[in-house]
Design a binder for this molecule. Structure first.
Ligand SMILES: [Zn+2]
Length: 472
């Protein structure tokens, strides 16, 4: 009895902390009974973002989580989940008019991970939410919005009316908790995403009476919303942004069929994704955009190049769509611009990357992204592999040439490297990614924020690109 008491005392709820998702659960909302942790149903529902109900006739606690329904029958101890009874280790109970739910069973049912930190005596329930990885806006007459979540999730159209569409994504997460986007196209004014409850992201689209919208969940993790005026905008399954013409790009420029060399310049990051941040507040996304525009202008000034940008403003563009854009404009060269960051603050210099090509890895990527059939599309895949291999070899050659030329201009360079960048993976032309310098180095950051250095940098890169095409 004595040992049991000590055991109970040492593990009593007073010494334990409990966190579910990002909420700390107050100590009076959970109890330890026979070494089993129980949490008050209302605190549990709050923390995971479930709706809670109580059926007084059957004495039954009901959780509605996403599309799932979970019932605890207090009298019989039975548990009902999605239309059938299931086995659990422990029973829910009522004390002082409140219902208590065994946490471990509850977590198992929904696939939450239960973790324990013995030094902090913290029990942590990880909800395993899928984060929104990409948000992409494409506009060419009609407007297409693409959401990419980390993995498959369930969604539901909450409301679809003449002037708005509300969609919930269950088991998902965004950071920051609200993202507002002005689109101002004919068919879509604006939309926003909000962390509606701890486990649900809600998207709200606002548009004109004449707009017709359609929702295409491409697979369980990608959702495409199309907005157009007039005729129906129904789309085939699996059509990913066939022609991602940026609004800022003029159509005449897009259609021009000159003999000029086409370069797609891709300023990294943008919008909600700021990239690396320097100690003086310099943002990678802003600095690379400045470099991109200057580089583009200098190349155009030679009269030999046609320049396309994957973004011209502070906006988020998904990595796959950047590559797809370069493929669609049939670019001769794709140049992605980034800034490096490293914990050692004195490191500086340029690095140029080309795609780390392996046949297996590449096939896996395109099969997944483009929904190819490894059997039926065998020949198509083989050709793509062959082409990617040859583009990669040329990319390596360009990277090495550029870095050696840039070094001649007295700029600090480091090395040419191989890397598995998604943005380089999907391009079907020679493609490089330039880490222009280290924003983590405060001296470099000041230099980058100062126009002179960016001018010198873009002079050197543009000269090297021009000379590569003259010599090859
Ligand atoms: Zn970057």
């Amino acid at each position: 009895m004595f040992t049991l008491l000590i055991f109970f005392f040492s593990l009593s709820a007073f010494s334990l902390s409990l966190r579910i998702g990002w909420q700390n659960i107050p100590k009076d909302k959970f109890v330890l009974k026979n070494n089993v942790l129980y949490v008050q149903s209302s605190a549990l529902a709050d923390a995971i973002g479930a709706d809670l109900d109580w059926d007084p006739i059957y004495k039954c606690v009901i959780f509605y989580y996403g599309k799932a329904e979970l019932k605890y029958f207090i009298r019989s101890g039975k548990v009902w989940f999605n239309n059938k009874f299931i086995q659990t280790a422990n029973k829910a109970f009522i004390a002082n008019g409140r219902s208590y739910i065994p946490l471990r069973d509850f977590a198992n049912i929904f696939g939450f991970k239960l973790k324990y930190n013995p030094t902090k005596k913290l029990i942590y329930v990880e909800l395993g939410l899928a984060t929104l990885e990409n948000l992409n806006i494409l506009s060419n007459g009609k407007t297409r919005i693409i959401f990419d979540f980390e993995r498959n999730i369930e969604y539901e159209i909450v409301e679809k009316k003449t002037q708005h569409l509300i969609v919930d994504f269950f088991g998902s997460f965004i950071d920051p908790p609200r993202i507002d986007k002005k689109v101002n196209s004919k068919s879509l004014k604006s939309f926003y995403l909000v962390q509606f409850n701890p486990s649900t992201v809600r998207a709200v689209f606002e548009f004109d009476v004449n707009t017709r919208c359609s929702v295409v969940p491409e697979n369980g993790s990608r959702f495409i919303f199309d907005f157009g005026t007039g005729e129906s905008t129904t789309l085939k399954q699996n059509t990913v942004a066939e022609k991602p013409i940026k609004e800022s790009e003029s159509k005449t420029e897009y259609k021009r069929k000159g003999r000029k060399i086409r370069v797609v310049i891709d300023p990294g990051h943008g919008g909600v994704d700021s990239g690396a941040v320097g100690i003086f507040g310099g943002l990678e996304k802003d600095i690379v955009l400045k470099i991109a525009k200057l580089l583009g202008n200098k190349l155009m000034a030679t009269g030999k190049f046609e320049i396309f940008y994957t973004r011209t403003g502070d906006e988020y563009v998904n990595l796959y769509d950047r590559a797809k854009f370069a493929n669609d404009v049939k670019a001769d060269l794709f140049v992605s611009l980034h800034l490096n960051s490293y914990k050692e603050k004195t490191v500086e210099g340029m690095e140029i990357y080309y795609f780390d090509f392996s046949e297996d890895g590449y096939v896996r990527r395109i099969v997944w992204k483009e929904n190819l059939d490894p059997e039926k599309d065998k020949d198509k895949i083989a050709i793509r592999v062959m082409k990617k291999d040859s583009y990669t070899k040329e990319s390596e050659k360009i990277a090495k040439y550029l870095l050696s030329e840039i070094a001649k201009d007295g700029l600090k360079v480091r090395s040419v490297k191989k890397g598995e960048f998604a943005v380089l993976a999907y391009t079907e032309m020679p493609s490089i990614l330039i880490e222009c310098d280290f924003i983590s180095n405060p001296v470099v950051e000041v230099r980058l924020l100062n126009g002179d250095y960016v001018n010198k940098l873009t002079d050197s890169i543009s000269k090297a690109i021009k000379s590569y095409f003259e010599n090859n």
